[in-house]
Design a protein around this ligand. Sequence first.
Ligand code: FE
Length: 336
Amino acid sequence: MSIHRFSALFLSALAIAAPVAAQEVNVYSYRQPELLKPLTDGFTAETGIKVNVAFLNKGMLEKLKAEGSRSPADLVFTVDISRLSAVVNAGLTQPVTSQTLTDNVPSDLRDPDNHWFGLTTRARIVYASKDRVSEGDITTYEDLADPKWKGRICTRSGTHAYMVALTSAHLHHHGEEATLEWLQGVKSNLARKPQGNDRAQVKAIWAGECDISLGNTYYMGKMLTNEEQQEWAAAVNVLFPTFETGGTHVNVSGVALTKAAPNKENAIKLMEYLASPTAQEIYAAANFEYPIAPGSEAIDLVKSWGEFTPDSVNLMDIANLRPQALRLTEIADYDG
Ligand code: FE
């Protein structure tokens, strides 16, 4: 190669590289912008890389599919293993090999193939009326089907991702026949048709419509810091049920690198930043969740709800059992 040709190539490489000076990373998020703000600000302050967050209410999968290789998104942030695995199963992600990520994210909270990484956990627990439910009245998820709860339970739709994941965990522990029976048992104990979100069930307990409900742990924090909802929270105790043969059901919020990622290196830097113990604690605190990096701790309010042993079921199993769990929910006509 002549020196002349070499320098021409070199110059054109520079010309291509030049736009990279605008260091940025693009995020599609199902998580609310205010949860991410302290972290993205911290990341930008440390690295100079700008973080653009597109907050989506729904349709992330469809959007990524439609955009294909032209998608501006580098990272997707979402909650629930079913949503993370849906993006992965659609072929829209790529694996990330990073020592920082493997050091900071416990192996049961990340994809064995490195396509998604958990960042925080939340438990799905029982909210119980302080007045009408005594300590020890309910200690397992299986108990929810006990006829002693007839007309006393409220839940959201059985087809919501949070409910389907719990049903998947039941399937893992007890198999199909027992899980259908359990769903039918819980349904026959419902005080009203499934409706509303997790907090609406606690409101129903406060209003005297039911005595126990299922909900994610962080909603206690959200209610306690909401003027109108403080009363609802004050009406309930947080109980950590377990499966008879396992622990308390947990799910994750997590992150995945898109296949199209135009800013791959910056995106991996942000993933690593988010997995660090300090960022973990900030991220978890913003939504009253549990950080997962070794050495990190939940805030005192979250810790005050009690300690629990997370269920042993692998999150990938929960994701794989989803279609079966949904089918059983339909057979039981849980929402009907
Ligand atoms: Fe939620």
